[in-house]
Design a binder for this molecule. Structure first.
Ligand SMILES: Cc1cc2nc3c(=O)[nH]c(=O)nc-3n(C[C@H](O)[C@H](O)[C@H](O)COP(=O)(O)OP(=O)(O)OC[C@H]3O[C@@H](n4cnc5c(N)ncnc54)[C@H](O)[C@@H]3O)c2cc1C
Length: 376
């Protein structure tokens, strides 16, 4: 096989495929899942992510998501509410990713579903093993397999000791109303949880906890949830009378938070890493999707201009390293037993700090708005 191959049809893979197809290139995209599936994600789609999607001719605002204008930070029985410096959207990944893949197919991308890249070998060129078929030899490979490693090209980030969960609730009518327009972040020793409305009257509940806290709850999600409701009365109030909508939560572990791919001498010039395969920001920022989409736009632009992946990776690292470092430091500070409560108390006296933190942990505007190559 020659030409362009994209491994993974999440946001990063689909967005790159669309950008290249719109530029007249022939693109094949391989997505492991044969049918629409849930993904572990807080499903907070930031303004930058929405702008990136609209540049592909894709309007995510027509998909039934929920407008999010405020953030509420909650610790114990205290809370701080602040207006976000932008408007977010609560939209399930099942809806978003499927619609984007359909948009890719309509743009002319050959979308091949239900096939998995098993291994990538870099010996004497790019060899991509898909299922049990003979290896493909694409001229250029965009690696967009997201959170999971692919044999032969695993990321070199340090896995965190955090475990993520996601489920959906149908809240009681009163609690559903009370949550309107807000993303709520519950902070507790050993982690945080996010709650927000998404389409079809559901609420996304996503949490990230230290492995030790989960172990103390007997490694069982129901016990962990009961513990969190005990220490966080406002979470208990939100979930009172709620119906859980998934038979089991989605889980993830060993996410290399803080990872940013730095090009190495042995990297092939025709292997572009996208999305979580290139950079991973702490989840609470709700900006991972924006980074994935920024990486997609940048990779497509650099590729179309005949640049190597090394130049692209250097530029992406420069664009997102600052926000990832700030988010990682903020996460570490909020998790500290003494500092966390102090920072929370300070933020109560200065709620605008929440909006400022939200701005500092975004893909910077100069990076998104300037042409990829023109930026110094
Ligand atoms: C707990 C948690 C909460 C988060 N909350 C938010 C949030 O609220 N807002 C936000 O913006 N970001 C959030 N993020 C981050 C966000 O989910 C990711 O940054 C984003 O999904 C990355 O997009 P991607 O396209 O790189 O990967 P993905 O969205 O993971 O897509 C990868 C795709 O590749 C496919 N694939 C995987 N392996 C193979 C294979 N071998 N062969 C073929 N296909 C394959 C998968 O099926 C998938 O469709 C969160 C992350 C976590 C862990």
């Amino acid at each position: 096989m020659s030409g362009i191959l994209i491994a993974g049809g999440g946001l990063a893979g689909a967005a790159t495929a669309i950008a290249l197809a719109q530029a007249g290139r022939k693109v094949t995209l391989i997505e492991r899942e044969a049918v629409p599936t849930h993904k572990i994600c807080g499903e907070f789609l930031s303004a930058e992510a929405q702008i990136s999607l609209s540049r592909l001719g894709f309007n995510c605002r027509t998909l039934g998501g929920e407008r999010i204008t405020h953030v509420r930070l909650i610790r114990g029985n205290r809370s701080i509410t602040a207006k976000l410096p932008f408007e977010g959207l609560g939209l399930t990944r099942k809806t978003l990713d499927e619609s984007l893949l359909r948009h890719a197919a309509a743009a002319g991308v050959s979308v091949q579903r239900g096939h998995a890249v098993q291994r990538i070998s870099l010996d004497g060129g790019l060899h991509v093993e898909v299922d049990r078929s003979p290896p493909l030899n694409p001229e250029t490979l965009f690696l967009a397999t997201g959170k999971h490693e692919t044999r032969g090209v695993a990321r070199d980030g340090k896995p965190s000791r955090l475990v993520g969960f996601k489920t959906y609730f149908r809240l009681s009518p009163a609690q559903h109303m009370a949550l309107a327009g807000h993303v709520e972040l519950f902070l507790f020793p050993g982690g945080y949880a996010g709650l927000q409305r998404v389409e079809n009257g559901q609420a996304n509940f996503c949490l990230v906890v230290e492995a030790g806290l989960l172990a103390r709850a007997g490694s069982k999600f129901p016990a962990l949830l009961a513990h969190l409701q005990n220490i966080c009365p406002q979470l208990a109030a939100r979930l009172a009378g709620a119906e859980v909508l998934l038979s089991a939560p989605l889980t993830i572990a060993r996410v290399p938070y803080g990872f940013v791919h730095r090009p190495r001498a042995q990297d092939p010039a025709n292997l572009f890493r996208l999305g979580d395969q290139a950079a991973v920001i702490p989840s609470f920022t709700g900006d991972g999707m924006a980074i994935a989409l920024h990486s997609a736009a940048l990779a497509a632009e650099y590729f179309l201009r005949g640049e190597t992946s090394e130049t692209y990776h250097r530029r992406l690292a420069r664009d997102v390293s600052g926000q990832i470092q700030r988010a990682t430091a903020l996460h570490a500070a909020l998790s500290m037993p003494l500092l966390g409560p102090v920072l929370f108390a300070m933020a109560r006296g200065f709620p605008q700090a929440l909006a400022i933190s939200a701005t500092f942990t975004r893909v910077p505007e100069y990076a998104r708005l300037s042409g990829a190559i023109r930026h110094p």
